[in-house]
Design a binder for this molecule. Structure first.
Ligand code: PRT
Ligand code: MG
Length: 216
């Protein structure tokens, strides 16, 4: 059987993946907090533990045969070069627009009523640009790498595009969700060449992940 390399998004997706990998006998057999390349309990599989936003790049270039990554990251990266055979239904949240409570932006489509270029702070410039462009709005996008919630509080932006799960973070910062752009969950992505060259091994692994899905 061919050796497979799986790129895992560290952080919450890794946390949510561990019980699932464990049930399949595929759990990492090594220190996932320190090692970047970790063997699995299955001798035919090992993991790369990397930043979520790097997973599509590793898989696209074949440095990993497959990966587990959020749909948000995949949409931002552009997933055309990858197969996306499976929704693992873990690390679920939604990508939403939010604004300061009580501001003119705090209603759906509020930005369209403002007579100047609206500023949107986000970690997802591509998704944001496409979303507003699709309804004929041109916004100024301010790229941030984290803590988007701060931007509208200090006048850096009128709106944010960010992930929301419980809504507690928005609420704690006096923000309200005005529109949901899309639902997000973690996906399995596969390198296109690997799908051909390592077909049997990948079919076997994807099949095992699938049984888990049906059992849930
Ligand atoms: O380090 P890097 O910037 O590359 O990634 P990261 O630090 O964003 O990674 P991490 O561990 O946070 O994982 C991010 C991935 O987890 C995302 O790409 C999503 O696919 C998934 N995910 C699921 C989430 C959330 N739920 C989530 N709630 N990622 C982030 N959040 C944040 C959100 O940005 C906001 O700040 O949690 C806060 C909102 O949570 P609530 O419950 O208060 O609404
Ligand atoms: Mg991080």
């Amino acid at each position: 059987m061919s050796q497979l390399t799986l790129a895992l998004s560290k952080g919450r997706i890794l946390e949510d993946s561990l019980p699932m990998l464990d049930r399949l006998g595929l759990a990492p057999a090594g220190d996932i907090d320190r090692l970047l390349r970790v063997p699995s309990r299955d001798p035919n599989l090992h993991f790369l533990i990397i930043r979520p936003s790097d997973v599509p790049t590793y898989v696209e270039h074949g440095a990993a045969d497959l990966g587990i990554v959020g749909k948000d990251v995949l949409m931002e990266h552009g997933g055309e070069a990858l197969y996306e055979p499976m929704d693992l239904d873990i690390a679920k949240c939604r990508l939403s627009i939010a604004a300061v409570k009580g501001s003119p932006f705090a209603v759906a489509g509020g930005a369209a009523t403002i007579r100047r270029r609206v500023r949107v702070a986000t970690k997802y410039p591509e998704i944001t640009r496409r979303y507003f462009a699709a309804r004929g709005e041109q916004v100024e996008i301010i790229k941030l790498y984290g803590s988007m919630e701060l931007a509208p509080l200090v006048g850096l932006a009128d709106l944010i595009v960010d992930l929301v799960a419980t809504g507690n973070t928005l609420k704690a910062n006096g923000l309200v969700e005005t529109e949901v752009i899309c639902q997000v969950s973690s996906r399995v992505v596969v390198n296109k060449a690997s799908m051909k060259m390592k077909h049997a091994a990948l079919r076997d692994l994807l099949g095992r992940l699938q049984t888990l899905d049906q059992a849930a």
